[in-house]
Design a protein around this ligand. Structure first.
Ligand code: DC
Length: 202
């Protein structure tokens, strides 16, 4: 039996933490779809052509180097506007979503485009300032030399690009439940998500 949980939202809203926690709670598999775009972005930074990079993407590319850098994030957001890049990644995401035993996918367009029939759709968001502060603390803790102002500018640039692209823009699905984590501890956001999923599983 498959059961798909789609978790979308802007950068650093808490999607990753919530997705990992609910996947562990219910024993579902988890796919961070941002990694697919980051891996394509990293290949482009290394000199590849974006569409060929997406079409030739291999599982091991997802483990390559540090895909969590601000440069990889910006490169990901840039390749993500190209319709052929998005198209090349659709089948992999859809088959992951329907694997037996349940799956959580987090990204930007999971509830709207990749899995419009997902059993649960969450849209996790927070203000740009709160998200930038979280991302700054994360990058700083991992030894990246960045300033708060740079991180806020990066978050806003990605929001702008992700929300305004023609193909699969970032927006909540009509039937998504919106969780605003701005004033919420992450544990509270995780339990809200667990509650919604438990109810949907019946
Ligand atoms: O979730 P993330 O920060 O790792 O995503 C990096 C970029 O990849 C993001 O700015 C836009 C793109 N992306 C996308 O277009 N669609 C997805 N489902 C996931 C990520």
């Amino acid at each position: 039996m498959s059961f798909t949980v789609a978790i979308d939202g802007p950068a650093a809203a808490g999607k990753g933490t919530i997705s990992k926690a609910v996947a562990a709670h219910f024993g579902f598999a988890h796919l961070d779809t941002g990694l697919l775009y980051r891996a394509v972005g990293a290949k482009v930074l290394a000199g590849s052509e974006p569409i060929a990079a997406a079409q030739g993407l291999l599982a091991e590319d997802l483990d390559a180097g540090d895909l969590r850098t601000p440069d990889a994030a910006q490169a990901a957001s840039k390749v993500a506007v190209i319709p052929e890049v998005r198209a090349a990644l659709v089948d992999f995401q859809r088959s992951f979503a329907r694997r037996a035993g349940g799956a959580v996918l987090d990204g930007r367009d999971i509830g709207t485009v990749i899995c419009p029939d997902a059993e649960v759709k969450l849209f996790v968001t927070a203000s740009a300032e709160v998200r930038a502060e979280r991302r700054y603390l994360e990058l700083d803790a991992n030894g990246h030399d960045v300033s708060r102002a740079e991180v806020l500018a990066d978050v806003k640039a990605r929001d702008e690009r992700d929300m305004n692209r023609a193909e699969a823009p970032l927006k909540p699905a009509e039937d998504a439940i919106v969780v605003d984590t701005s004033g919420m501890a992450i544990e509270a956001a995780v339990s809200a998500a667990v509650d919604v999923i438990s109810k949907a599983r019946g």
